[in-house]
Design a protein. Structure first.
Ligand SMILES: NC(=O)c1ccc[n+]([C@@H]2O[C@H](COP(=O)([O-])OP(=O)(O)OC[C@H]3O[C@@H](n4cnc5c(N)ncnc54)[C@H](OP(=O)(O)O)[C@@H]3O)[C@@H](O)[C@H]2O)c1
Length: 269
């Protein structure tokens, strides 16, 4: 991965996953510079990256191609302004902080600064994330490509131009893994309720969701066709889908859930 130096600010759960993904994709450890005051520093050091406890400790002539912010959103206002100097050296700033708008970064770093706001989800920790990225008008094609490669190291990347979609993105893919975990829990409980041993019920629920997800992603058919293909009239799947697809079934429930998350995301911003 030949994109020059990458400065990672915050090497916790998500920052650490990004760093691992970049190095696995061939970023040289000598091109990875990490600022992390906490326990994540140990992980970063073990990868061979240069690790610093705070911004003032960084080399004076540092000019990172990309500066990645992976600290908690509530820490961003205190952390980001110290990196303003790199805007003047051509760096693009890539944030993964939930709910922190581009305007906030323009405020911290200068209105002319190139900023990409992105939203990953937890499967990024195993390289299977879904990441949505939104650039401001100062992001050049070269900067966008660099950010695309960095985010692509932990999953699939979709780019949007309209930042207002970030609330819906947060509600679908950002929070989505939790809905799927709940589906797994429900399927497991339902299996136990019809008499399956608990351990078997869990295994069936987990593997069914993982397998169906992988099939739906990789198949040529769309999810509705895949569903119809396994539903014989009058059969067992049809009996269950009659309940799930009823007027008060899963469809309206998921719509309400995503709507609630979208509204909460708007309110928090
Ligand atoms: N985890 C997810 O699934 C997920 C999903 C989407 C978006 N995100 C976003 O990713 C960001 C990081 O989340 P996370 O779950 O990885 O949190 P986390 O594990 O707490 O990581 C944040 C890291 O930043 C460090 N830090 C604190 N102050 C710092 C400073 N001044 N300079 C550099 N590093 C500093 C923290 O160190 P200490 O431990 O010492 O505080 C911590 O290691 C958040 O903005 C979150 O919204 C996370």
């Amino acid at each position: 991965m030949d994109i020059g130096q990458v400065l990672l600010v915050g090497c916790g759960k998500m920052g650490g996953a990004l760093l691992d993904g970049w190095l696995a994709r061939g970023l040289s450890p000598s091109d990875a510079i990490v600022v992390e005051p906490g326990p994540g520093a140990e992980h970063a050091r073990a990868t061979g990256a240069a690790v610093h406890g705070d911004a003032p400790g960084l080399p004076v002539d540092l000019a990172p191609t990309v500066t990645v912010f992976a600290v908690k959103p509530q820490n961003m206002a205190a952390v980001a302004p110290a990196y303003r100097v790199y805007a003047g050296r051509g760096s693009v700033f890539l944030s993964i902080a939930a709910g922190t708008p581009i305007a906030a970064f323009e405020n911290f770093l200068g209105a002319d600064t190139a900023i990409v706001r992105s939203m990953p989800n937890t499967p990024a920790a195993i390289g299977q994330g879904m990441i949505v990225a939104c650039p401001n008008r100062h992001v050049t094609d070269v900067m966008r490509q660099a950010c695309d490669r960095l985010l692509g190291a932990v999953g699939r990347v979709a780019w949007i131009d309209d930042e207002t979609h970030m609330d819906g993105v947060t509600a679908v893919s950002g929070s989505g893994p939790a809905y799927v975990f709940w589906l797994i829990e429900c399927l497991e409980s339902a299996g136990i309720a019809v008499g399956l041993p608990a351990e078997l019920a869990r295994q069936l629920a987990l593997e069914t969701v993982a397998g169906a997800g992988a099939l739906a992603r990789d198949a040529a058919e769309d999810p509705a066709t895949l569903r119809q293909n396994v539903t014989s009239p009058g059969g067992t799947t049809a009996a269950a889908l009659e309940v799930l697809m009823a007027e008060d079934g899963l469809g309206p429930l998921v719509t309400r859930a995503v709507d609630a998350a979208t509204k909460r995301s708007r309110a928090l911003a």
